[in-house]
Design a protein around this ligand. Structure first.
Ligand code: PMP
Length: 420
């Protein structure tokens, strides 16, 4: 019987077995009767019944376009759509709904900033500072912008333990830096970056900071005002909500100083033959019919997470992550990437002698869903000196037995492939 501190902490936190009943998808066997262990939550999370029902309810009871309709269904849809915006604003501690723009996801949110803000605020000789652990979606848009504008893109290096080189960050900051783009939690290393301190430093040289919160908002309490973020982006689908919805938070004066991203219906105030004026925030950045059903169901996801509480979710995941690391470390020839003291539940590793794709396929046959590949972080893979990694990533509905199932599957894989 294992009585590690991680296990004790788990016992004392969430009633996970009760929460698991809210997720129909978790209760199935795959292949020849293997219980499913879904450990690919950094890619996307599963959805509770409340979210699935919110979608069904929308389409069966009040499907209508929002904002323009002067009829009952349209008013219902608009009210619920705008309610979701209010829930999101409260969830991340935004001052109000004007700070919350709905997009298709983190990727679109970051591209919105790169196109609308970047094109007007970044010029020849300016510097955009990203980091060596960014997801491609917080890197490629800046590469495109830098190329278009003759600006320079520099990356804060990643240290051996998986943290950012803060001394290098300090020395890279200068009045030429217009934007610092940093992930709050690495989807590969799990590292939680000190974005509050980095925001202060960025502001000190007159730069703005964009926080990629795709992996943080779903897993820990995040308050945009405490962080002092200028921009913050995240996706509904990683936090129990539907795919196809994301959020871009920005400070109001920054949104106001930005031209629109896309033109069309909804985002205008007056349209003349040859020009137009823009709608108030946040509508200026929401051209066309939005993803109404999924935004409303995202509101249900925010309610669901809020009812559990982000503090208990975070505490439970911290313990489960520690447990995962412990179990993996017990296995010979397993190496974990990233040793940051502050970390989240994405645990990347390699098993000596087995390619990550072969490993993930093998453990999948044992019912365990993990991810393998470059994890949309090719520059980081190069830094780690590997073409790919395997990654297990937990959410609050995961339990110890699923971690044990993973560990057992890895040992079996070592036997099968003749390593270890
Ligand atoms: N940033 C990070 C850190 C991520 O993990 C992801 C998703 N893997 C993204 C950005 C992109 O999110 P999306 O695909 O939902 O746009």
């Amino acid at each position: 019987m294992n009585t590690s501190p991680a296990r004790t902490a788990l016992r004392e936190s969430l009633d996970v077995e009760r929460l698991r009943r809210d997720f129909p998808i978790l209760h199935q066997t795959v292949y020849d009767g293997k219980p499913l262990a879904y450990l690919d939550n950094a890619a996307t999370s599963q959805k509770p019944k409340a979210v699935i029902e919110a979608l069904t309810e929308y389409y069966t009871r009040y499907n209508a376009n929002v904002h323009r309709a002067l009829h009952y269904l349209g008013e219902q849809a608009t009210a619920r759509y705008e309610e979701a915006r209010g829930k999101v604003a409260a969830f991340i501690g935004a001052p109000g709904v004007a700070n919350i723009v709905f997009t298709r996801g983190t990727t679109e949110s970051i591209n919105l900033v790169a196109y609308a803000w970047g094109r007007t605020h970044v010029g020849q000789g300016d510097v955009i500072l990203a980091t060596g652990m960014e997801h491609h979606s917080n890197l490629v848009p800046w590469q495109i912008l830098a190329k278009e504008k003759g600006a320079e893109l520099k990356l804060v290096p990643v240290l051996e333990d998986g943290t950012l080189d803060q001394a290098a960050f300090a020395s890279l900051l200068s009045s030429r830096v217009k934007l610092v783009a940093v992930t709050q939690m690495s989807n590969v290393l799990g590292t939680v970056n000190p974005v509050q301190a980095m925001a202060e430093a960025a502001h000190g040289v007159g730069a703005k900071i964009l926080v990629d919160a795709a992996q943080s908002v779903p897993h820990m309490p995040v308050n945009v005002q405490e962080l002092n973020a200028d921009f913050l982006a995240f996706s509904s689908h990683k936090m129990c909500g539907p795919t196809g919805v994301g959020v871009l938070y920005a400070r109001e004066e920054i949104f106001n100083a930005m031209p629109p991203f896309m033109g069309g219906g909804e985002m205008i105030s007056k349209v003349h033959d040859d020009h137009a004026t823009w709608a108030d925030l946040p509508y200026k950045f929401e051209a066309g019919t939005p993803n109404i059903a999924d935004v409303i169901a995202f509101g249900a996801a925010v309610d669901y997470l809020s009812a559990i509480g982000m503090d208990p979710i975070h505490a439970y995941e911290q313990a489960l992550t520690a447990y995962t690391v412990e179990r993996l470390e017990e296995i010979p020839h397993v190496r974990i990437f990233g040793r940051a003291p502050e970390r989240g539940g994405a645990v990347s590793f390699e098993v000596e002698g087995i390619h990550p794709h072969d490993l993930s396929q093998y453990v999948d046959q044992q019912g365990v869903a993990i991810r393998a590949g470059h994890l949309c972080a090719q520059p980081l893979m190069r830094r780690l000196g590997v073409p790919a990694v395997s990654r297990a990533s937990v959410y609050f509905y995961n339990v110890e037995r699923e971690i044990e199932q993973l560990a057992e599957a890895i040992r079996k894989a070592q036997h099968f492939f003749g390593h270890g």
